[in-house]
Design a protein around this ligand. Structure first.
Ligand code: NIG
Ligand code: FE
Length: 407
């Protein structure tokens, strides 16, 4: 039975809902793919046949979790980046047929093999910063064939790298060209064909809807949520990103795993989000030059778990760094470094429905962990552009380990 004992580390267990759950002078024992014990060294179980890793005081955290990405896509949107800097807004560009729809055209034209090749460097970049679980959405296909193509690529990425990938169906991301003015017909297609087909191929862990003036309204989102519920699939929403349409509250009524963006969520509605997770996406806020801040104080007051994610996508958030996302969340949204770390560990796990298996260092959980070349957890959100990731364990296997240990 492979056993690995990790000692002499500063463990940020992430088991404290208001802090890091720090444990010094502790040990952590991995047996097979699980954490079998974490505690004071004095209580360490019989450890004859183990590999011993002395971390020499380094920080150990759970593997990081990026709970909201759109990293499988064709083409790029660098031209729109230029247009926005010349004064056009994200909505202006969408109204002219650009935005998400331009990525849809490019993604439809790209083969599955090519989409996989294009996604690999984005994926590898996230993994290099200690990400062990991530979510990937469809939403640039907008028909059965192309949505399924995207989800297959997401699945293959997980399989090829041995990383946990959660696949989210986002067929209701934008209105395809030929359905403009016939949004309800497109929603029928999503509910009657696209989603059931994707689920039939076992490619759907959750269902997301973009509820916004440039996408789908409350009633249309409700139809997608009802269909998802009937299929036994959990839901999520892109809501209150650019305006306030009541999408987050609607999603919460359907027991959404998460409501994402929520810059325009009214403070008085925050209490209605109990039992869901607020996923904040500072990359999109930053890139789109938003000024309306999410209701952070109300989220804290109402004890709504806050997660943060890269939202990695070619338009609103071409961001491939979970560590920079943590820094942006602190600087732009005023999160504390411990909120930022909970946002990419235990609360991100909750946003994916995985809180019982990953997101914290606790006996019984998957042995997904990162050893960092720093001594305290605030360093992760504080430093910009430096990657102190020294070693990554995924399900009890070293995915990255410095040759010769830490000598
Ligand atoms: O999370 N808001 C909608 N969806 C993405 C943007 C996708 C895109 O611009 O291509 C987001 O910001
Ligand atoms: Fe998104």
């Amino acid at each position: 039975m492979p056993e690995i004992l990790i000692t002499n580390a500063c463990f940020a267990t992430m088991t404290d809902p208001a802090g890091y759950g720090l444990r010094d002078n502790a040990g952590l024992l991995v047996v097979d793919d699980k954490i079998s014990w974490i505690g004071d060294m004095i209580d360490c179980p019989d450890i004859e046949a183990v590999t011993h890793i002395d971390c020499e005081g380094r920080l150990v955290t759970p593997g990081l979790i990026d709970c909201h990405t759109h990293l499988v896509y064709g083409g790029d949107r660098a031209d729109e980046f230029e247009q926005r800097l010349e004064g056009l807004s994200y909505e202006d560009i969408a109204a002219r047929g650009g935005g998400i729809r331009s990525t849809v055209t490019a993604t439809r034209e790209t083969s599955e093999a090519e989409l996989l090749r294009l996604a690999k460097p984005r994926f590898e970049q996230l993994l290099s910063e200690g990400v062990t679980t991530l979510e990937i959405k469809s939403g640039y296909g907008l028909d059965s064939e192309n949505e399924i193509k995207m989800l297959r690529v997401a699945k293959k990425l997980g399989e090829q790298y041995g990383v946990r990938v959660m696949k989210t169906f986002l067929g209701a991301h934008a209105v395809p060209e030929q359905y403009i003015g016939k949004q309800d017909d497109y929603i029928s297609l999503v509910c009657d064909q696209m989603l059931p087909q994707a689920q039939h191929e076992d490619l759907v862990d959750a269902v997301d809807v973009f509820i916004e003036s440039i996408a789908f309204n409350h009633a249309q989102a409700q139809r997608v949520f009802e269909t998802s519920k009937a299929l036994g699939l959990p839901v999520k929403a892109h809501a209150e990103q650019l305006s306030s349409l009541g999408g987050a509250v609607l999603a919460a009524e359907f027991n959404a795993l998460s409501v994402d963006h929520i810059e325009y969520l009214a403070e008085e509605d925050v209490a209605k989000l109990a039992n869901t997770v607020a996923v904040l996406l500072p990359g999109a806020f930053y890139v789109l030059g938003e000024t309306c801040l999410p209701p952070i104080a109300a989220l804290r007051k109402n004890d709504i778990p806050i997660a943060i994610a890269t939202d990695c996508n070619p338009g609103s958030s071409p961001l491939h760094s979970i560590l920079l996302t943590m820094n942006l969340a602190c600087i732009l949204f005023g999160l504390t470094p411990s909120e930022a770390l909970r946002g990419v560990t235990i609360n991100a796990a909750r946003a994916l429905g995985l809180q019982n298996s990953v997101g914290s260092l606790q006996a019984g959980k998957q042995a997904d962990l990162v050893i960092w070349d720093v001594e305290k957890p605030s360093m992760l959100a504080y430093q910009i552009g430096l990657n102190p990731c020294a070693a990554v364990m995924q399900a009890g296997q070293w995915r990255k380990f410095p040759d010769g240990g830490f000598a």
